[in-house]
Design a protein around this ligand. Sequence first.
Ligand SMILES: O=C(O)c1cccc(C(=O)CC[C@H]2O[C@@H](n3cnc4c(=O)[nH]cnc43)[C@H](O)[C@@H]2O)c1
Length: 211
Amino acid sequence: MRILIVAATALEVQPLAQVLNQFSQIKVDLFIAGVGMTQFAYALGKKLATNSYDLLINVGIAGSLKKDIPLGSIFQVGHDELPELGAQDDEQFIRIDELGFGKSIFSAQVPASIAQLLQEIPSVNALTVNTVHGHEGTIEKLQKRFPTAVLESMEGAAFFLVASQENIPAIQIRGVSNYVEKRNRATWNIPLAIENANDCVIRLLANVKSQ
Ligand SMILES: O=C(O)c1cccc(C(=O)CC[C@H]2O[C@@H](n3cnc4c(=O)[nH]cnc43)[C@H](O)[C@@H]2O)c1
Protein backbone atom coordinates (compact mmCIF):
# COMPACT_ATOMS: atom_id res chain seq x y z
CA MET A 1 0.00 0.00 0.00
CA ARG A 2 1.35 3.45 -0.94
CA ILE A 3 0.32 6.25 1.41
CA LEU A 4 0.93 9.99 1.07
CA ILE A 5 0.85 12.06 4.27
CA VAL A 6 0.02 15.65 3.35
CA ALA A 7 0.45 18.63 5.69
CA ALA A 8 0.30 22.39 5.29
CA THR A 9 3.58 22.95 7.17
CA ALA A 10 6.61 20.80 8.03
CA LEU A 11 6.11 21.58 11.73
CA GLU A 12 2.75 19.80 11.71
CA VAL A 13 4.35 16.45 10.73
CA GLN A 14 7.77 16.73 12.39
CA PRO A 15 7.24 13.69 14.70
CA LEU A 16 6.02 11.59 11.73
CA ALA A 17 9.03 12.58 9.63
CA GLN A 18 11.32 10.97 12.21
CA VAL A 19 9.66 7.52 12.05
CA LEU A 20 8.76 7.20 8.36
CA ASN A 21 11.24 4.39 7.66
CA GLN A 22 9.82 2.25 10.50
CA PHE A 23 6.81 1.15 8.46
CA SER A 24 8.31 -1.74 6.53
CA GLN A 25 4.94 -3.23 5.48
CA ILE A 26 3.84 -0.06 3.60
CA LYS A 27 5.40 2.76 1.56
CA VAL A 28 4.83 6.14 3.21
CA ASP A 29 5.77 9.50 1.63
CA LEU A 30 5.50 12.90 3.28
CA PHE A 31 4.49 16.03 1.37
CA ILE A 32 4.27 19.66 2.50
CA ALA A 33 1.67 21.44 0.38
CA GLY A 34 1.59 24.90 2.00
CA VAL A 35 -0.88 26.93 4.03
CA GLY A 36 -4.27 27.93 2.60
CA MET A 37 -6.49 26.09 0.14
CA THR A 38 -5.24 27.69 -3.10
CA GLN A 39 -1.56 26.89 -2.58
CA PHE A 40 -2.41 23.53 -1.02
CA ALA A 41 -4.64 22.37 -3.91
CA TYR A 42 -2.12 23.44 -6.55
CA ALA A 43 0.80 21.70 -4.85
CA LEU A 44 -1.09 18.47 -4.10
CA GLY A 45 -2.57 18.31 -7.62
CA LYS A 46 0.91 18.69 -9.09
CA LYS A 47 2.32 15.99 -6.80
CA LEU A 48 -0.43 13.53 -7.78
CA ALA A 49 0.07 14.19 -11.50
CA THR A 50 3.32 12.21 -11.39
CA ASN A 51 2.96 9.95 -8.33
CA SER A 52 0.34 7.35 -7.51
CA TYR A 53 -0.99 6.48 -4.07
CA ASP A 54 -3.63 4.18 -2.58
CA LEU A 55 -4.44 6.51 0.32
CA LEU A 56 -3.95 10.20 1.16
CA ILE A 57 -3.85 11.36 4.80
CA ASN A 58 -4.09 15.07 5.62
CA VAL A 59 -2.56 15.65 9.06
CA GLY A 60 -2.65 19.01 10.80
CA ILE A 61 -3.90 21.31 13.49
CA ALA A 62 -7.26 23.07 13.59
CA GLY A 63 -9.37 25.50 15.55
CA SER A 64 -12.38 24.22 17.52
CA LEU A 65 -15.75 25.96 17.20
CA LYS A 66 -16.85 24.23 20.42
CA LYS A 67 -15.37 25.53 23.67
CA ASP A 68 -16.09 22.29 25.59
CA ILE A 69 -13.57 20.31 23.54
CA PRO A 70 -10.14 20.11 25.24
CA LEU A 71 -7.14 21.46 23.32
CA GLY A 72 -5.13 18.53 21.95
CA SER A 73 -8.25 16.49 21.09
CA ILE A 74 -7.96 14.45 17.90
CA PHE A 75 -10.65 14.04 15.25
CA GLN A 76 -11.10 12.63 11.80
CA VAL A 77 -13.09 14.94 9.52
CA GLY A 78 -16.14 13.36 7.87
CA HIS A 79 -17.50 16.31 5.90
CA ASP A 80 -15.69 19.55 5.19
CA GLU A 81 -17.49 22.65 3.88
CA LEU A 82 -16.42 25.90 2.20
CA PRO A 83 -18.56 28.54 3.97
CA GLU A 84 -17.20 31.48 1.94
CA LEU A 85 -17.80 30.07 -1.54
CA GLY A 86 -20.92 31.64 -3.04
CA ALA A 87 -22.64 35.00 -3.38
CA GLN A 88 -24.12 37.52 -0.97
CA ASP A 89 -27.70 38.49 -1.75
CA ASP A 90 -28.28 41.31 0.74
CA GLU A 91 -28.84 39.45 4.06
CA GLN A 92 -28.87 36.02 2.40
CA PHE A 93 -25.94 33.84 1.35
CA ILE A 94 -26.27 31.73 -1.81
CA ARG A 95 -23.98 28.67 -1.79
CA ILE A 96 -21.98 27.81 -4.90
CA ASP A 97 -24.11 24.63 -5.21
CA GLU A 98 -27.31 26.71 -5.44
CA LEU A 99 -25.67 29.03 -7.97
CA GLY A 100 -24.99 25.95 -10.09
CA PHE A 101 -21.23 26.43 -10.27
CA GLY A 102 -19.89 23.54 -8.21
CA LYS A 103 -19.76 21.94 -4.77
CA SER A 104 -19.15 23.36 -1.33
CA ILE A 105 -19.16 20.16 0.74
CA PHE A 106 -16.49 17.47 0.41
CA SER A 107 -16.12 14.20 2.31
CA ALA A 108 -13.59 11.65 3.48
CA GLN A 109 -13.36 8.45 1.44
CA VAL A 110 -12.33 5.70 3.85
CA PRO A 111 -10.94 2.51 2.28
CA ALA A 112 -12.47 -0.67 3.71
CA SER A 113 -8.98 -1.84 4.74
CA ILE A 114 -8.65 0.88 7.42
CA ALA A 115 -12.33 1.45 8.31
CA GLN A 116 -12.04 -0.57 11.52
CA LEU A 117 -8.82 1.17 12.61
CA LEU A 118 -10.52 4.55 12.18
CA GLN A 119 -13.48 3.62 14.35
CA GLU A 120 -11.68 4.72 17.51
CA ILE A 121 -11.15 8.28 16.19
CA PRO A 122 -14.26 10.47 16.59
CA SER A 123 -15.55 11.88 13.31
CA VAL A 124 -16.74 15.50 13.06
CA ASN A 125 -17.73 18.07 10.44
CA ALA A 126 -15.35 20.92 9.61
CA LEU A 127 -15.24 24.25 7.79
CA THR A 128 -12.37 25.37 5.54
CA VAL A 129 -11.72 29.11 5.36
CA ASN A 130 -9.36 31.62 3.77
CA THR A 131 -9.51 33.91 6.80
CA VAL A 132 -9.07 32.38 10.26
CA HIS A 133 -12.06 33.65 12.25
CA GLY A 134 -11.12 36.02 15.08
CA HIS A 135 -14.11 38.36 15.44
CA GLU A 136 -16.75 37.40 18.03
CA GLY A 137 -19.75 38.71 16.05
CA THR A 138 -18.70 36.94 12.85
CA ILE A 139 -18.02 33.71 14.78
CA GLU A 140 -21.51 33.79 16.33
CA LYS A 141 -23.07 34.14 12.87
CA LEU A 142 -20.88 31.29 11.56
CA GLN A 143 -21.93 28.99 14.42
CA LYS A 144 -25.62 29.78 13.70
CA ARG A 145 -25.13 29.03 9.99
CA PHE A 146 -23.19 25.80 10.66
CA PRO A 147 -24.39 24.41 14.02
CA THR A 148 -22.87 20.95 13.43
CA ALA A 149 -19.41 22.20 12.43
CA VAL A 150 -16.76 21.41 15.06
CA LEU A 151 -13.42 22.27 13.43
CA GLU A 152 -12.01 25.06 11.28
CA SER A 153 -8.94 24.68 9.06
CA MET A 154 -7.49 26.42 6.03
CA GLU A 155 -7.01 23.37 3.76
CA GLY A 156 -9.34 20.46 4.63
CA ALA A 157 -12.03 20.85 1.96
CA ALA A 158 -9.42 21.58 -0.72
CA PHE A 159 -7.65 18.34 0.28
CA PHE A 160 -10.87 16.31 -0.11
CA LEU A 161 -11.64 18.04 -3.41
CA VAL A 162 -8.26 17.13 -4.94
CA ALA A 163 -8.52 13.54 -3.64
CA SER A 164 -12.01 13.07 -5.11
CA GLN A 165 -10.98 14.57 -8.46
CA GLU A 166 -8.07 12.12 -8.53
CA ASN A 167 -10.28 9.28 -7.29
CA ILE A 168 -7.98 8.43 -4.36
CA PRO A 169 -9.30 7.46 -0.90
CA ALA A 170 -8.55 10.23 1.59
CA ILE A 171 -8.84 10.86 5.31
CA GLN A 172 -8.13 13.96 7.39
CA ILE A 173 -6.77 13.80 10.95
CA ARG A 174 -6.67 17.06 12.93
CA GLY A 175 -5.55 18.00 16.43
CA VAL A 176 -7.24 20.95 18.15
CA SER A 177 -4.64 23.69 18.72
CA ASN A 178 -6.98 26.58 19.60
CA TYR A 179 -10.53 27.75 19.94
CA VAL A 180 -12.12 29.79 17.16
CA GLU A 181 -12.43 33.03 19.14
CA LYS A 182 -11.10 36.60 19.28
CA ARG A 183 -7.47 36.11 18.24
CA ASN A 184 -5.21 35.32 21.21
CA ARG A 185 -2.11 33.32 20.25
CA ALA A 186 -1.10 33.01 23.93
CA THR A 187 -3.90 30.48 24.47
CA TRP A 188 -3.01 28.23 21.49
CA ASN A 189 -1.33 24.88 22.20
CA ILE A 190 0.18 23.94 18.85
CA PRO A 191 2.81 21.48 20.23
CA LEU A 192 0.15 19.38 22.02
CA ALA A 193 -2.12 19.28 18.95
CA ILE A 194 0.78 18.24 16.72
CA GLU A 195 2.04 15.58 19.14
CA ASN A 196 -1.41 13.99 19.54
CA ALA A 197 -2.29 14.12 15.83
CA ASN A 198 1.06 12.60 14.88
CA ASP A 199 0.81 9.86 17.57
CA CYS A 200 -2.64 8.99 16.23
CA VAL A 201 -1.39 8.69 12.63
CA ILE A 202 1.73 6.75 13.66
CA ARG A 203 -0.52 4.23 15.47
CA LEU A 204 -2.72 4.01 12.40
CA LEU A 205 0.23 3.42 10.04
CA ALA A 206 1.69 0.78 12.35
CA ASN A 207 -1.54 -1.22 12.05
CA VAL A 208 -2.26 -0.82 8.34
CA LYS A 209 -1.88 -4.13 6.56
CA SER A 210 0.48 -4.32 3.56
CA GLN A 211 -1.84 -5.70 0.76
O1 LIG B 1 -1.48 33.72 14.14
C1 LIG B 1 -2.48 33.71 13.44
O2 LIG B 1 -3.43 34.50 13.57
C2 LIG B 1 -2.62 32.65 12.42
C3 LIG B 1 -3.39 32.89 11.32
C4 LIG B 1 -3.52 31.89 10.36
C5 LIG B 1 -2.91 30.65 10.56
C6 LIG B 1 -2.15 30.46 11.67
C7 LIG B 1 -1.50 29.18 11.91
O3 LIG B 1 -0.50 29.03 12.51
C8 LIG B 1 -2.24 28.02 11.40
C9 LIG B 1 -1.50 27.12 10.44
C10 LIG B 1 -2.39 25.94 10.10
O4 LIG B 1 -3.22 25.56 11.17
C11 LIG B 1 -4.57 25.38 10.81
N1 LIG B 1 -5.37 26.13 11.82
C12 LIG B 1 -5.10 26.11 13.13
N2 LIG B 1 -6.04 26.78 13.82
C13 LIG B 1 -6.91 27.24 12.91
C14 LIG B 1 -8.11 28.00 13.05
O5 LIG B 1 -8.56 28.38 14.15
N3 LIG B 1 -8.76 28.31 11.91
C15 LIG B 1 -8.31 27.88 10.71
N4 LIG B 1 -7.18 27.16 10.55
C16 LIG B 1 -6.49 26.82 11.64
C17 LIG B 1 -4.68 25.83 9.37
O6 LIG B 1 -5.15 24.76 8.62
C18 LIG B 1 -3.27 26.26 8.94
O7 LIG B 1 -2.75 25.48 7.92
C19 LIG B 1 -1.97 31.45 12.61
